[in-house]
Design a protein around this ligand. Structure first.
Ligand code: ADP
Ligand code: MG
Length: 244
């Protein structure tokens, strides 16, 4: 059993505090959804946790099984078991997924049968054409294909904790179901813990959350069960923000 514990996290970008005290605990096998207005700081939270250049914490801790990740470079946070599906996946011209994984010397239970076989199996599970495996990473892929490509990486790496930043954006209904199901299976297969940023309750019918958190102006302002998603879909975020 592992635990990702975010305590009193403040931070953002140079000269601007965006996160204003985030407290959240995600344990193995749990799914937490984070919902909130555009610009409330959800992606910033994901970037500060993973250590994206340009983003930093000014106070608080992000503990993975007691180890504070904030002092570590991004690659060590990844090695510790953290994985981010970014809202806008990065294009890497000239580097295929297989080449990247090979160069990183990646190994693990998801890759035990060999890299290529594992990639093809996972691609089939999420409905990603194997022709895309040989192309430059995310280059000329549709929004939905990029998110599937990122999900494929997730399923090969089997992280302890995944941060999914709008993994459902750009996906058609079938792709959404396939991706949501694969992540959900990961929760059961290897006990992955998930923090999923989403605007839509549709994802949450496939990837069923244990808790939903409402994010507003850099902090969690309410937490509840899955029923909270329906309430938000009906009434919006007006009740949680000073903005109109
Ligand atoms: P969300 O993901 O909830 O829509 P973001 O975390 O992307 O919100 O953004 C929160 C606020 O911080 C926004 O006002 C956004 O413009 C600003 N912001 C985030 N990252 C940067 C950056 N790298 N440079 C300038 N402003 C940023
Ligand atoms: Mg965002």
């Amino acid at each position: 059993m592992s635990e990702l514990r975010i305590e009193g996290l403040r931070g953002g970008i140079e000269g601007r505090e965006i996160l204003k005290g985030v407290d959240l605990v995600v344990r193995s096998g749990e799914v937490h959804a984070l919902m909130g207005r555009n610009g409330s700081g959800k992606s910033t939270l994901a970037h500060v946790i993973t250590g994206r250049p340009g983003y930093h914490a000014t106070a608080g801790r992000v503990l993975l099984d007691g180890v504070d990740l904030l002092g570590l470079p991004t690659w060590e946070r990844a090695r510790a078991g953290l994985f981010l599906v970014p809202q806008y996946p990065v294009e890497v011209p000239g580097v295929s997924l297989e080449a990247a994984f090979g160069a990183a010397g990646l190994s693990g239970p998801g890759l035990s049968g060999g890299m290529r076989e594992a990639m093809e199996q996972e691609a089939a599970r999420i409905g990603l054409s194997t022709a895309l495996l040989d192309r430059s990473m995310n280059v000329d892929l549709s929004g939905g294909e990029k998110k599937r490509n990122e999900t494929l990486q997730l399923s090969l790496l089997r992280p302890l904790f995944s941060l999914l930043d709008e993994i459902d954006s750009g996906l058609d209904v079938d792709a959404l179901r396939a991706v949501g199901r694969r992540v959900s299976e990961g929760v059961k297969e290897w006990g992955m813990g998930v923090l999923a940023v989403t605007h839509y309750s549709r994802l949450l019918t496939v990837l069923v959350p244990d808790q939903i958190h409402v994010f507003s102006d850099g902090a969690i302002v309410r937490s509840g069960g899955p029923e909270l998603a329906e309430e938000l879909e009906r009434s919006g975020y007006a009740a949680y923000s000073a903005q109109p």
